[in-house]
Ligand binder design. Structure first.
Ligand SMILES: [Zn+2]
Length: 313
């Protein structure tokens, strides 16, 4: 299922000038207001080809943003994968070996396995653990509307609603099912933990609109926690549409195929066939099942599709 190359509006920029920060960890920069207040982490490039976060992080650093309270940390996570970007194979620089957004369990972080992503996660661990509130900026392979992703804790939902953009929420009652994402590391993964941790999926990887959205969401996140002044409210406030993650399917065989091309947000009736994977079938578990992040090109062992159901609120 090879598809044509996407339209490129945003391409990698040279980040070498941002390598040496002031935290002792490469590509991590900390701005301390000198006043009490929350410690907020804005994290970019957990996936190496998701450029919107890079643009938002550079926006903060290059415009000289200074928190008026608390502490702001800005990090570029998987720079090694980012630097492997090849415009002929633009989806391959998502990761080098491991998915940096699935290795945040103690078992992985303290295990014996080694890969560029595991080493980077171990280096970033104190950065993530130090943050009260985390915004992890991502983008999608398909051109779909932006959405939040977060563990189904009230503290996350409340912040996402208050920030307002994106208007779509993907809520995870039981995690992703395929590993521990950065936003569920430590206390941020605990129901009785503290602190907000959200992923923002800002749109298609290479679109300027996604970079613009990432900047808007980042400034909204910082304003929500009082680190910067809130900008003037947008013209339209769209009510939140929330979806609950039911199940994550991995690609099991090279024969994996959707019944028709999917980009995300398609809906299926209960029992309706969504995909086949060798001898097994993926069928809709409920009425109105809504698909998120269908894989663009199936790779055995990686995520195939996320199945959700709409929430009444
Ligand atoms: Zn991502």
């Amino acid at each position: 299922m090879t598809q044509s190359l996407p339209h490129f509006e945003v391409l990698p920029r040279d980040l070498s000038a941002y390598r040496t920060g002031n935290t002792g960890v490469d590509y991590v920069h900390r701005l301390d207001s000198g006043k009490p207040g929350p410690h907020v982490l804005i994290n970019a490039l957990t996936h190496g080809n998701e450029f919107c976060g890079m643009v938002a992080a550079l926006h903060l650093l290059d415009t000289g943003v200074r928190p008026q309270v608390g502490t702001l940390t800005v990090s570029f996570a998987n720079v090694q994968a980012y630097e492997s970007f090849d415009i002929e194979r633009p989806f391959e620089s998502r990761q080098l070996v491991h998915n940096l957004n699935r290795v945040w369990s103690v078992a992985e972080l303290e295990g014996a396995a080694v890969s560029p992503e595991l080493l980077r996660a171990r280096a970033l661990r104190p950065v993530v653990a130090a943050a009260d509130h985390i915004l992890d900026l991502h983008s999608t392979s398909q051109d779909v509307q932006p959405f939040w992703v977060y563990p189904a804790f009230a503290r996350n939902a409340q912040a996402a609603r208050a920030i307002g953009v994106p208007a779509v929420h993907l809520v995870m009652p039981k995690g992703l099912g395929t590993g521990v994402p950065l936003i569920q590391h430590g206390r941020h993964g605990e129901a009785d933990g503290t602190g907000v941790a959200l992923v923002a999926e800002c749109g298609q990887h290479f679109h300027q609109a996604s970079a613009d959205t990432a900047i808007t969401v980042t400034l909204g996140f910082l304003a929500h926690f009082g680190l910067i002044e809130a900008s003037a409210p947008g013209a339209t406030v769209v009510p939140a549409r929330r979806f609950e993650l039911l199940e994550t399917f991995l690609v099991k065989t090279p024969a994996f195929a959707f019944v028709r091309p999917l980009v995300g947000f398609e809906t299926f009736d209960e029992g309706e066939l969504i995909a086949t994977d060798g001898a097994s079938e993926i069928r809709s578990p409920c009425q109105g099942c809504t698909v998120f992040m269908p894989t663009r090109e199936p790779i055995v062992g990686r995520e195939a599709v996320y199945l959700t159901r709409p929430l009444a609120d």
